[in-house]
Design a protein around this ligand. Structure first.
Ligand SMILES: Nc1nc2c(c(=O)[nH]1)N[C@H]1C(S)=C(S)[C@@H](COP(=O)(O)O)O[C@H]1N2
Ligand SMILES: [Mo]
Length: 422
């Protein structure tokens, strides 16, 4: 990864590109077997580090606007970001940002001439906007934020649970450009009768799910209206790939990306919590301080998933790396605070017995990845287990062993690498 400590890195430009008119289309890829190109030759595989972790790696161009990705499922697509991408980039390139769709029949093209975003419900003046109006009528805000699937790292959860068996690549960090939702709600004028906001997308229900299970997510009004929740139309200063939600998606910084509704078209202020499948049945966690429970525990109350937990990773070394004995070595990686800003990142070179602090690099705001570094000198040759753990300002510290829940959500156990010193 490019070193963020030199101070003058500005990988993310400040220019605001205009959104291109016209249609982004996946139709060329809509083959009978699904979206992935049937003729793609799979020559590479990866062994994700858990039982039954072998996965194909599909070459760039297999999925539209996507580079090389780990194939978890073709239809609806589940594409994982290869770990090497995080070793190279603090802001994940759009073409290697992971992809997750629930319903197989989401639109494979979007015509921005007919696309509208509507605001309705408990508001004084309901309205709808074209994409061009959304971009032109409201000041743009830019914000770095991590998009992480609730089930990221599910493959590491013990005991294992059903669902996509991701390693750590169901997350990405992007600089988002868009309009704070609070601006749109102010434009419509709240009547005072609303308590929640519902978000719906262009896709229909169906596929693996009942046709009635259209993708509707609901936020409490105070979260929706906090000025950070944003209707985004650019990702890393470019149109977002269709598979990541073109032309517009919701950004809920600090919350798991199940709320980050792609191809967002309806925003409705309502007077009750969400009652649809995606709020009332799916994506629920135990109502305990850390969202965990014991496998098989009875009478557990469940609530909709919400804030992310802190996480941290190594990028400069991996399992099997060797460091020189008696010589200073610089370790680097990245971390994020989750539901609140990152407070500190610590490392251990003795399997977690003692911890020391690291230096944090440029801060792109509370919700993005942040690089860390620490110089270590390991005197004695031998095998070492290095660990890294993050703490956020909300007081959450990564646990040595991730908590369990039946959805396999919110994994954030301390990461380690086993290395040799010689
Ligand atoms: N319209 C729509 N938006 C959606 C989903 C979906 O199935 N349909 N899945 C959600 C979930 S669970 C995740 S993890 C993220 C994935 O975002 P990505 O594809 O950009 O990685 O999108 C969220 N928004
Ligand atoms: Mo997700």
């Amino acid at each position: 990864m490019q070193n963020e400590f030199s101070g003058q890195i500005s990988r993310v430009g400040t220019s605001r590109r205009t959104v291109m008119a016209g249609a982004a289309s996946l139709s060329a890829y809509a083959l009978s077997g699904g979206l992935g190109r049937a003729d793609a030759a799979i020559t590479k595989t990866v062994a994700l580090p858990f039982a039954n972790g072998d996965r194909p790696i599909v070459p760039a161009g297999t999925f539209p606007q996507k580079g090389e990705m780990i194939l978890q499922r073709t239809r609806a697509p589940l594409l994982e970001t290869p770990w090497s991408v995080f070793q190279k980039h603090l802001f994940t390139p759009n073409d290697q940002a992971y992809v997750r769709w629930h319903m197989a029949d989401f639109p494979t093209s979007v015509d921005t001439n007919t696309y509208r975003i509507k605001v309705s419900g408990a508001v004084k003046k309901p309205f709808e906007l074209t994409l061009e109006e959304l971009v032109r009528m409201f000041p743009a805000k830019r914000m770095a934020a991590v998009n992480q699937c609730s089930g990221n790292s599910r493959g590491f959860i013990n005991p294992r649970v059903a669902g996509a068996q991701w390693a750590n690549g169901a997350m990405y960090n992007a600089m988002w450009t868009g309009v704070p939702l609070s601006r749109l709600l102010a434009h419509a004028g709240l009547t005072g009768k609303g308590t929640h906001v519902a978000f719906r997308s262009l896709e229909q229900g169906g596929g693996l799910y009942p046709p009635s299970a259209t993708f509707e997510k609901v936020l409490p009004l105070n979260r929706a209206n906090d000025g950070d929740v944003m209707v985004a139309y650019q990702m890393n200063d470019a149109d977002m790939p269709l598979l990541n939600g073109y032309p517009v998606r919701l950004i809920v910084p600090g919350w798991y990306s199940t709320y980050w509704v792609k191809m967002l078209t309806e925003i409705e202020v309502i007077d009750h919590p969400g009652t649809g499948f995606w709020m009332a049945v799916a994506y629920k966690i135990p109502d305990t301080p850390t969202g965990e429970m014991k496998p098989g525990e009875a009478d557990v109350k469940f609530v909709p998933i919400n804030k992310m937990k802190p996480r941290s990773f190594f990028t400069s070394i991996e399992n099997g790396s060797t460091l020189p004995a008696g010589k200073p070595a610089m370790l680097t990686g990245f971390a994020f605070g989750g539901g609140s800003a990152l407070k500190s990142v610590q490392i251990s070179t003795n399997g977690g017995k003692t911890w020391r602090s690291t230096m944090l690099a440029k801060n792109y705001g509370a919700y993005g990845f942040r690089q860390w570094q620490a110089q270590v000198t390991l005197a004695k040759p031998g095998r070492y287990r290095l660990m890294v753990r993050a703490t956020n300002v909300g007081g959450h510290v990564q646990p040595m062993v991730a908590g369990w829940n039946p959805g396999g959500f919110m994994y954030n156990g301390v990461e380690h690498v086993d290395i040799s010193v010689a």
